[in-house]
Design a protein around this ligand. Structure first.
Ligand code: FO1
Length: 344
């Protein structure tokens, strides 16, 4: 089964680990958000691409959900000793190597998609990870504070301010000129199902949907989304601050309406949000908290089963994925890829 997933950072990466466990024989392409990318100390840092790569490649700091495990911060301390700014963004020593390799390759003229492929050759994430675009885009946030009304980089709003200052506008700088990276539209066109993980609907999924042709390409596919909001609050991160910034309520219903029935065919919500409904969209309620890899896999399995069922209503239904009840005929999903020792 060919699956495409649009993914942001921590929540998306953890969901994808569940998706790989639920459908280990499927061909999974992840279209990664690059709106969070930032230039620091002369290096190009791609937080959401790295979070997916490290999480699926086994190198992530499980506690933080970003950055490398077994990390040290000597370079960061030395930069601080020189008074180099910013000091509010914590790059670890091991992580620096990723940004040095990426920047070297970008400076040599390689597109970000080729750089990402090269980095993944080491990490073997088990999916094809493609940046949403090879063109530079950055999410900037308009705020007003004692220095007046100004735009700051998303990371400064997210990490230094912890989204404590209201975002008056969230803008993807470069969106108008950014083309989908090679393979983005092609993988969507070839997909049997598209899954939207519980990533941030504004600055992750919403950002990817702004890239030319992506929303249109998804229009012709079976798309199942997983609500990032459970009982009126984001499961993780500060999606509520982002939703408020664009005048959307922090509910599973409001996010479904934000995506729209033109985009999603199925929507998984938490049991406490069972009343969510929208014409033209199938809604199912189930536990949505990812305590560990197995619970993430159970959510992924539910999303895939829904996608196969909904796609079955189309002219060219996809073959069931290995491990699905339909594939093994027993009605019970088969156990799949070994769960690594640590949890999610
Ligand atoms: N998040 C933080 O809250 N503080 C940090 O210092 C920080 C550093 C960092 C370095 C590399 C990286 O890939 C991610 C990092 N993040 C940090 C997380 C990052 O802000 C978010 O993962 C995404 O940009 C939003 O999903």
């Amino acid at each position: 089964m060919r699956i495409v997933s649009l993914a942001g950072g921590i929540g998306g990466a953890r969901f994808l680990r569940g998706l790989l466990t639920a459908a280990p024989d499927s061909e999974i392409t992840v279209i990664g958000n690059t709106g969070d990318d930032i230039n620091l100390y002369g290096l190009r840092v791609c937080p959401d691409l790295d979070t997916v790569m490290y999480t699926l490649g086994g190198g992530i700091d499980e506690e933080q959900g970003w950055g490398r495990r077994f990390e040290s911060h000597v370079v960061k301390e030395e930069l601080a000793a020189y008074g180099v700014e910013p000091q509010w963004f914590g790059l670890g020593d091991r992580d620096f190597a990723t940004h040095i390799v990426r920047t070297q390759m970008l400076d040599a003229g390689y597109p970000l998609s080729a750089v990402t492929e090269a980095l993944c050759a080491r990490w073997q994430p088990g999916v094809r990870l493609i940046p949403m675009s090879d063109d530079r885009t950055e999410t900037h946030v308009v705020i007003s504070d004692e220095r007046g009304r100004r735009a700051i980089h998303f990371q400064e709003w997210w990490v230094r301010l912890r989204a404590s200052v209201p975002a008056e506008q969230i803008i993807l700088v470069g969106a108008d000129d950014a083309s989908p990276a090679p393979g983005v539209l092609e993988s969507i066109a070839a997909a049997d199902a598209v899954i939207l993980p519980p990533s941030n609907p504004v600055v992750s999924i919403g950002t990817i949907l702004q890239i030319k042709g992506v929303r249109e390409a998804l229009g012709g596919k079976t798309v199942v989304g997983v609500s990032p909001i459970v009982g009126g609050a984001p499961v993780r991160g500060m999606a509520d601050a982002c939703l408020t910034a664009i005048g959307v309520e922090t509910t599973a219903q409001a996010v479904l309406e934000l995506y729209g029935s033109s985009l999603v065919d199925g929507w998984l919500v938490a049991e406490e949000d069972a009343g969510v409904a929208l014409d033209g969209v199938d809604v199912e309620a189930r536990p949505l908290i990812m305590h560990d890899i197995e619970s993430a896999a159970a959510i992924a399995r539910a999303a895939l089963d829904m996608a196969v069922r909904l796609a079955g209503r189309r002219a060219d239904p996809p073959a069931p994925y290995a491990g699905s009840p339909a594939a093994n005929g027993s009605g019970v999903p088969t156990r799949t890829r070994e769960t690594p020792e640590e949890g999610v």
